[in-house]
Design a protein around this ligand. Structure first.
Ligand code: ATP
Ligand code: SF4
Ligand code: MG
Length: 409
């Protein structure tokens, strides 16, 4: 048996988890061919800001501001973007863990956000989340049996008999084994486990309810790099064995590339690009995606990379820029002589074909010359010798060079 090596994850290939020879890349299919499982339309989530002595409503943090996309049955949709762009808020809002400000979410065509009581409970069971931090997401005062069994009690009915302690105990043990833990661990408390084991418990808690869809919100970011690949391989195994669908939020672009069928890119509460993983990584069509991909670390310090460094800070989501939200930092806009529509008209999230969507008025201008000029204009930010003039400036080459670490072997 061979083990799946995950690019960008130290320790990959030395996992204790069963092989995933049939992991995501081999199973990858064009998302456009699949049925939508989860549909998100114009989803908005604002966090109110209160100020003054009277704690009056003085504004809103526009964490998610009109996001539309769907997640196809059986796919892994990767979600990337800078810290604070709204990834976690999006994940929690679509599961109704946070109340949406407006918009709609459907599961197999059935509306989620207007459900209450038993109807909401029934849908919740089908949509679960695995959190980033396995320490804070597990109640330290509860034994594992109660942590995993809690959801079973909440979802118990006459058919599943999950209210019966014996049935529940067996089920908890079964799912502990499914995630690679011993069934007698059910009696232990969270502090008796390693970080990786705790995350397995978090996965078992989600899985025990037989969901169709799981939001994985940076499930390995808080873990030691040496065990990240174990958890990632486990998630791939489970997807294959249980026919799961994931929205996979992560910062590690290599991991997202390896795992995902499609990738969505968020910037300041908006989805700016979405498409099949190969297209996003080899031919990004939004200037932000280009910059994000080129910002990753290059593992070999002798390797010289060409990078597009974004200028300025991320604007406040409480007062996002007019027009295109990215216009204050956009290298392409600068290249094009600062066209007016960038700061006056919000770009439509339009389909370029093959399900590749992008929100940029000038995405057709991303190519050889604009990329070359953008990189060259940033000599002040990059080591002078990082820019060469030997003609190796084709876009594919440029992006590949900048993202050498991200490209699958
Ligand atoms: N409970 C809250 N109250 C007010 N603002 C919040 C709250 N939670 C998040 N925010 C703000 O909403 C925006 C989006 O936050 P969110 O946590 O969704 O981003 P993220 O993309 O998941 O970031 P990270 O990659 O760091 O996890 C940020 O500006 C954040 O400060
Ligand atoms: S619309 Fe203008 S500012 Fe926005 S990404 Fe495109 S070129 Fe840049
Ligand atoms: Mg987050």
């Amino acid at each position: 048996m061979t083990e799946a090596a995950i690019p960008g994850v130290v320790g990959s290939g030395t996992t204790a988890v069963a092989a995933v020879g049939a992991g995501a890349p081999a199973e990858r299919a064009n998302g456009a061919e699949r049925e939508p499982l989860v549909g998100i339309t114009d989803l908005v989530k604002y966090y109110p800001i209160h100020g003054g002595v009277m704690r009056r409503h003085v504004g809103d943090v526009r964490a998610v501001d009109g996001v539309t996309f769907d997640v196809k049955a059986g796919e892994i949709l990767g979600l990337v973007g800078e810290s604070g762009c709204g990834k976690s808020t999006l994940g929690k809002t679509l599961l109704q863990l946070l109340p949406a400000t407006s918009g709609s979410v459907t599961l197999r065509g059935e509306s989620v956000l207007d459900k209450k009581g038993n109807d909401l409970k029934r849908l919740r069971r089908k949509m679960q989340i695995v959190f980033q931090d396995p320490v804070s997401s597990l109640n330290p005062r509860m034994p594992v049996s109660d942590i995993i069994g809690e959801g079973l009690i909440a979802q118990a009915d006459k058919e599943n008999h999950w209210g019966d302690a014996t049935v529940r105990e067996k089920r908890v043990g079964d799912y502990l084994e499914t995630v690679g833990l011993r069934r007698d661990y059910a009696r232990r408390f969270p502090h008796e486990f390693s970080g990786g084991q705790r995350q397995r418990i978090g996965i078992a808690r989600a899985l025990v309810l037989e969901p169709d869809f799981i939001v994985c919100d940076e499930p390995v970011s808080a873990l030691d790099v040496s065990i990240q690949s174990q958890i990632l391989n486990l998630l791939l195994d489970l997807r294959r064995d249980f026919g799961l669908t994931y929205l996979f939020v992560a910062h590690n672009l290599s991991v997202v590339q390896y795992l995902s069928d499609r990738v969505g890119v968020m910037y300041l509460g908006k989805m700016v690009e979405l498409g099949p993983v190969d297209q996003i990584y080899s031919a990004p069509k939004h200037p932000y995606t280009v910059a994000l991909l080129s910002a990753g670390p290059v593992p070999d310090p002798r390797r010289r990379s060409k990078r597009l460094v974004l200028k300025g800070d991320v604007p406040s989501p409480a007062a996002p820029p007019s027009g295109c939200r990215f216009h204050t930092r956009c290298w392409l806009r600068e290249q094009l002589g600062e066209p007016e529509e960038c700061h006056t008209i919000e770009p439509e999230f339009r389909d370029l074909g093959d399900g590749h969507l992008v929100a940029c008025h000038f995405s057709d201008k991303i190519g050889g010359e604009t990329l070359k000029d953008a990189v060259a204009s940033q000599e002040a930010f990059a080591p002078a010798d990082a820019i060469d003039d030997d003609g190796e400036t084709e876009d594919a080459e440029l992006i590949a060079e900048a993202n050498a670490h991200n490209i699958k072997a």
